[in-house]
Design a protein around this ligand. Structure first.
Ligand SMILES: [Zn+2]
Length: 416
């Protein structure tokens, strides 16, 4: 699940509006006002301006600090991991399909039979980990863990119960792990070109990738974007969108379609490349019909339609990757967690295309934390070994880092 907040805009907006109305009134009638009122108005204007400036400066300073400290925050010792570049480096595609549930959940909860699609993937050489769970039930935790091939609790002593309570400053440390992941840093060091796409949600964007496909349908620059997002103007834009939900749906559809097109394009970029595509499909809003047409979907049918559409797209994408790769590519197609509309959120679709050596290390209940351990140990002489596969639930509303071990919903993972 992805979310964002407006922060202090709801407080600042009325202050700005009041200052503006007062300003206009005073301007029109200034000849009748005494000096005291004029000075009061000036004070209010100045204060409002200062608040905005402080907001923008604080944000900019935080960005600066994050950039300066990121090397320290992502304190991994890759030098000692024994990584060596392979002779012919294979392209690596990590395709995350947000909220894509496992086939038994699709069958039991959505009456959706996914066997045809999974069999097609098998026919193309994929191994389907048909008993896989995500390691965490939320996007940021799951991806931070898989992209750094370790559990969050091992990636930082700060991820402990009692700290992660509705405070963006604290969860931003998880975002840093995602944006500046060990996987990307190690692969770039080996000569890989990193590629990522604009998810539309700032904290999940890996915008420092060598190639970053930025969807920008707006006529303003990123600095103007910062201003708009830091002032009361944002609240006005939100209200306009709320009055016109079709605009939001169309914008979302265009954004996702842009990413799908660019992902196909990216297959022709120079090798070796690490392509990380976090697609918010079948995650809602349900804007894709089963044939990819735009529609206003909802409920179970909306989810089924998006699964059907993305299945068709992935088969075409995989075919293109295979036919355009000079060295056998590595492809992971994985849910970051399942849909929240299901009885169990953690069971995920999890498929790997690896050569024989890597394939031998796979097993039905492998979890995302081990994906890149298998890849680095197989292809780059890494010595990471496998971790125990554990899935964690946490109380998202009250205490993010209070993790509880979750159990398998269907131990034999059979379709019912
Ligand atoms: Zn997610």
């Amino acid at each position: 699940m992805l979310s964002s907040s407006l922060g202090t805009h709801r407080i600042l907006a009325p202050v700005c509006v009041l200052a503006l109305i007062l300003g206009i009134y005073l301007f029109l009638r200034r000849s009748y006002l005494d000096e005291l009122l004029t000075r009061t108005f000036n004070l209010i204007t100045l204060t409002t301006l200062l608040i905005s400036l402080i907001q923008i400066s604080t944000y900019a300073y935080k960005v600066y600090l994050v950039e300066r400290d990121r090397a320290a925050q992502v304190a991994f010792d890759s030098e000692s991991s024994g990584i060596k570049a392979a002779q012919e480096l294979p392209d690596i595609y990590y395709i995350v399909l947000d909220e894509y549930s496992r086939d038994d959940i699709l069958k039991s909860d959505f009456d959706f039979d996914n066997r045809y699609y999974l069999d097609r993937l098998r026919g193309m050489g994929f191994y389907i980990a048909n008993c896989s769970l995500s390691n965490y039930g939320t996007t940021a935790f799951s991806l931070a863990s898989s992209l750094n091939f370790d559990y969050l609790q091992s990636l930082g002593s700060q991820f402990v119960s009692g700290r992660g309570i509705n405070d963006n400053n604290e969860i931003s440390e998880v975002w840093q792990l995602l944006q500046h992941s060990k996987v990307r840093q190690d692969l770039e060091r080996m000569g890989y070109q990193s590629v990522a796409f604009d998810t539309g949600v700032f904290w999940s964007n890996v915008s420092e990738s060598d190639v970053f496909y930025k969807y920008n349908n707006y006529p303003y620059s990123s600095f103007e974007d910062l201003i708009l997002n830091s002032t009361a103007v944002q609240i006005l834009l939100d209200e306009v969108e709320d009055l016109n939900p079709e605009f939001r749906y169309l914008e979302w559809y265009n954004k996702q379609t842009y990413n799908l097109d660019k992902l196909l394009e990216a297959t022709s970029l120079n090798s070796p490349k690490f392509v990380y595509a976090h697609l918010l499909i079948p995650h809602g809003p349900f804007v894709f019909g089963s044939n990819g047409e735009m529609h206003y979907g909802s409920g179970e049918q909306g989810y089924r339609d998006q699964v059907t559409f993305i299945n068709t797209y992935i088969l075409a994408l995989v075919q293109q990757i295979i036919t355009t790769s000079s060295t056998s590519p590595i492809i992971i197609i994985q849910g970051d967690h399942g849909t929240r509309a299901a009885s169990f959120t953690l069971p995920i679709m999890n498929a790997y295309l690896l050569s024989d050596r890597g394939r031998d290390l796979l097993y039905p209940s492998i979890t995302p934390v081990n994906s890149f351990r298998v890849i680095f140990d197989t292809y780059f002489d890494g010595h990471y070994g496998l971790l125990e596969d554990i899935s964690y639930d946490s109380d998202w509303e009250n205490d993010w880092y209070n993790f509880n071990v979750a159990s398998e919903s269907n131990p034999d993972c059979v379709l019912k």
